[in-house]
Design a protein around this ligand. Structure first.
Ligand code: ADP
Length: 404
C-alpha cells in the first residue's frame, strides 16, 4: 500500500510518500513560501538510500493548488519520480492541527468531515485553513484517491475533564468550548508506542511521560496507553518554554501590559507567540546557538537554558504525581533527541523520584536510534526515542483505509 502524507501549513506543504509494506520512504520534500516572494521546493527521491537524489528550485508558487500540482509532478516525474502516476497512491493522509472535541480518531474525509474541520477554524486560525486547502486541492488533483484526516489533538481527547477543564466560568466551556486540547498528539502517540515496544509490552500496559522538545515543545502523561494530561492548552502557547513561545505565564500579564505599555491584545498575542521563549530571554531560539554562547561564557544564554529545563523538570514531577506508576520518560524531537545537556539538566534533580541518568549513556546516544539513558538503578527508565509523525500519519491512514 502506498500512502502520500501531506502536512499543509499556511505557507508551506511538507510531504512524504511511503510504501507501507516495509515502511520504506520513497520520496519526501517541502514546498515553502507559498504565495510569497522566494517560493521554492526541495524534493528528495529515495531518501536514505545509496541512490538518493535531491532536486530543488526557486520558482513562482502562488497558491496551495500550484504547490500540490508541483508535488504530483515531482513524485511522478521521469527523473524525480518514484511512481508512474498518482493512481499508484492508495490513500492520502493529511495532518490536521485542530479536531476540537469532534474528532478523537483519524477519519476518512467526506463533506461532513470537511465541514467539521472548517468549524474548528476559530480554535486554530493559523493552521486549519492550510490543512483544508491541502484536502480540497488533493480531492481536485487526485480524484478517486481516498483522503484521511489525522488530528494533532486526537490523542489527547482521552484526558478526563479534571485535566482539560479550566477554572473559569463554566458557560465559557459550554458556549465556546474553551478547554485544554493539547497538540503534537501524533508524535506523543508514536513515541508512546515505541516506548511500549522497547519495554516489551503492549501500549495498554504502558504508562510513560513523553517529552517532545522541538521548536514547539509539549509533554504528555500517558497512563496505560491513554493520554491523561498534556502541557499545551486551548492553543499551542501553553506549557513548556519553547523557541519563541512563552509557555505558561501569569494570566494577569495581559491586563498588566495593557495598563503599563498600552499594548493591544494582538500585540500581546504576538509577543507571547513570536518574541518570547528562548528568543525573548536571550535573543536566540535555536538550542545549538544557545550552547555555543554558553560555551563562551554568556550568562543570558545560560539563564535561558536553565529556565527551559526547569520547566521540563517541573512538568515531569507533575506528571509523575498523577500517574500511578511511571515506567519511562521519553525524550523526543529536535532538542529532545539531540541535546544531551538539556536531558541532563532536566533530570538533574529527579533522583528523589527514582529518575537517575547514566551520564555516559546520555552522551553516547546514537542519532536516529532508540537509546536507554538511565542508569541500571533508576526506578524509571529514561529513553531517547526519535519521533516520526509522518510515519504515524501514514500508519493511521493505512489502518483507516483497511478498515473502511
Ligand atoms: P519542529 O518543532 O519544527 O518540528 P524540530 O523537532 O525539528 O522542530 O526541532 C528543531 C529544533 O531542534 C531546532 O530549533 C534546534 O533548537 C534543535 N536542535 C536540532 N539539532 C540540535 C542539536 N544537535 N543540538 C541541540 N538542539 C538541536
Amino acid at each position: 500500500m502506498i500512502i502520500l502524507v501531506l502536512n499543509s501549513g499556511s505557507s508551506s506543504v511538507k510531504y512524504q510518500l511511503l510504501e507501507m509494506q516495509d515502511k520504506t520512504l520513497l520520496a519526501s520534500g517541502l514546498v515553502e513560501r507559498i504565495g510569497q516572494s522566494g517560493s521554492a521546493y526541495k524534493h528528495e527521491r529515495l531518501p536514505g538510500t545509496d541512490t538518493s537524489q535531491v532536486f530543488s528550485n526557486e520558482q513562482d508558487i502562488p497558491d496551495h493548488s500550484t504547490a500540490l500540482d508541483l508535488v504530483v509532478k515531482l513524485i511522478t516525474g521521469e527523473q524525480t519520480g518514484v511512481i508512474k502516476d498518482v493512481s499508484s497512491i492508495n490513500g492520502i493522509g493529511h495532518r490536521i492541527v485542530h479536531g476540537g472535541e469532534d474528532f478523537n480518531t483519524p477519519i476518512l474525509v467526506d463533506d461532513d468531515v470537511v465541514e467539521g474541520i472548517r468549524a474548528q477554524i476559530p480554535l486554530a486560525p493559523l493552521h486549519n485553513p492550510g490543512g483544508l486547502a491541502g484536502i480540497e486541492t488533493a480531492k481536485r488533483l487526485m480524484p478517486g484517491i481516498p483522503n484521511v484526516a489525522v488530528f494533532d489533538t486526537a490523542f489527547h481527547q482521552t484526558m478526563p475533564p479534571e485535566a482539560y477543564r479550566m477554572a473559569i466560568p463554566a458557560e465559557l466551556y459550554s458556549e465556546l468550548k474553551i478547554r485544554r486540547y493539547g497538540f503534537h498528539g501524533t508524535s506523543h502517540l508514536y513515541v508512546a508506542k515505541q516506548c511500549a515496544a522497547t519495554l516489551g509490552q503492549t501500549l495498554e500496559q504502558t504508562s510513560c511521560i513523553t517529552v517532545h522538545l522541538g521548536n514547539g515543545c509539549s509533554m504528555a502523561a500517558v497512563k496505560q496507553g491513554r493520554c491523561v494530561d498534556t502541557s499545551m492548552g486551548l492553543t499551542p502557547l501553553a506549557g513548556l518554554v519553547m523557541g519563541t513561545r512563552s509557555g505558561d505565564v501569569d494570566p494577569a500579564l495581559h491586563a498588566f501590559l495593557t495598563d503599563k505599555k498600552g499594548y493591544s491584545i494582538q500585540d500581546i498575542d504576538n509577543l507571547l507567540n513570536k518574541k518570547s521563549g528562548l528568543l525573548g530571554l536571550c535573543g536566540d531560539n535555536d538550542m545549538r546557538d544557545i550552547h555555543a554562547r554558553i560555551d563562551k561564557g554568556d550568562s543570558d544564554a545560560e539563564l535561558a537554558l536553565k529556565i527551559f529545563c526547569r520547566r521540563v523538570t517541573q512538568y515531569i514531577g507533575q506528571y509523575m504525581a498523577i500517574l500511578d506508576k511511571t515506567q519511562a520518560i521519553c525524550f523526543t524531537a529536535g532538542v529532545g533527541e539531540n541535546d544531551e545537556r538539556v536531558r541532563e539538566l532536566s533530570c538533574a534533580t529527579l533522583s528523589g523520584l527514582g529518575v537517575v541518568l547514566d551520564k555516559k549513556r546520555n552522551q553516547e546516544v546514537r542519532r536516529g536510534e532508540i537509546c536507554e539513558i538511565s542508569s541500571p538503578e533508576s526506578r524509571v527508565k529514561v529513553l531517547v526515542i526519535p519521533t516520526n509523525e509522518e510515519l504515524e500519519i501514514a500508519t493511521q491512514t493505512a489502518q483507516v483505509l483497511s478498515s473502511s
